[in-house]
Design a protein around this ligand. Structure first.
Ligand code: FE2
Length: 259
């Protein structure tokens, strides 16, 4: 079984590159299941019901989120209809929706979840370690083979610590949020791991945001509206192969396509 995980889709450029590449990537890598992080898909912050449906129509099966999950307030109105959306288990604003999703495919049963990191995340989530322990406890009777974690966090060390600490449970730990793909993908303790999958978004940008506006905001300290960069996009993702007999990942391959 092969799973494609797509890194943070940022704004229209990100959505467009997913739309144009997804079918051919699925064919090339013989993908059975596609999961994407969509927390920046609606103009850089959050997701709308329309964009959720758009990503699903492109062929994304499940969508994970992050610190910006609730940035577009309409999410609370539609969340019960967004059945394939997984919101962070430890987001302080969580009130409804899927806090995890059990996925069964070809005899493999795993629990897809989204956990927010602790460091430099503006205190959007509860403690990540306690949260994941609670999730394990809450789902212990579901008999999942492993946990598939989108670990939405800022710092590199934190993601590796999480993977090492929960190595008996989490067999796929994929970092998201920084939008910059790292080159450390590996199978460690039978866990498919990468510090950050990277983004799908405008290549000439500051992690998806307009360059001039980012300078205005950061250097000149001027108030800005959060303008998303436009233009050709980079596509970042990973392909994970799960052995259906061992019920464990056996490989992780990085994909990065620049314009
Ligand atoms: Fe994020």
């Amino acid at each position: 079984m092969r799973i494609l995980f797509i890194g943070d889709i940022v704004g229209k450029s990100g959505r467009d590159i997913v739309s144009s590449l997804l079918n051919s990537l699925k064919e090339e890598y013989e993908i059975d299941l596609t999961i994407a992080n969509g927390e920046n898909s609606a103009h850089g912050k959050g997701i709308t019901y329309k964009i959720y449906n758009q990503l699903r129509s492109y062929g994304v099966d499940y969508i994970t989120m992050g610190n910006h999950t609730y940035s577009k307030s309409e999410i609370n109105k539609y969340i019960e209809q967004m059945d394939n959306l997984v919101v962070p288990y430890n987001h302080l604003k969580r009130i409804s929706g899927n806090y995890y999703k059990v996925i069964e495919f070809n005899n493999v049963k795993f629990c897809l979840c989204n956990i927010l990191g602790n460091a430099l995340m503006n205190e959007t989530g509860d403690d990540m370690y306690e949260a994941f322990e609670n999730l394990i406890d809450e789902t212990k009777d579901l008999n999942c083979d492993f946990y598939f974690v989108d670990l939405h966090a800022e710092t590199t060390a934190e993601k590796r610590i999480f993977m090492e600490y929960f190595k008996d449970y989490a067999k796929v730990v994929l970092g998201t949020h920084t939008h910059v793909q790292t080159a450390d993908e590996d199978i460690i303790n039978d866990c498919a791991f990468i510090t950050d999958v990277g983004m799908c978004g405008a290549y000439e940008s500051i992690i998806g945001r307009d360059v001039a506006e980012s300078i205005m905001n950061n250097v000149d300290k001027e108030p800005t509206i959060y303008k998303i960069a436009e233009g050709p996009a980079i596509f970042c993702g990973v392909v994970i192969e799960i052995d259906e007999v061992k019920k464990l990942p056996v490989s992780i391959k990085r994909i990065q396509i620049r314009p």
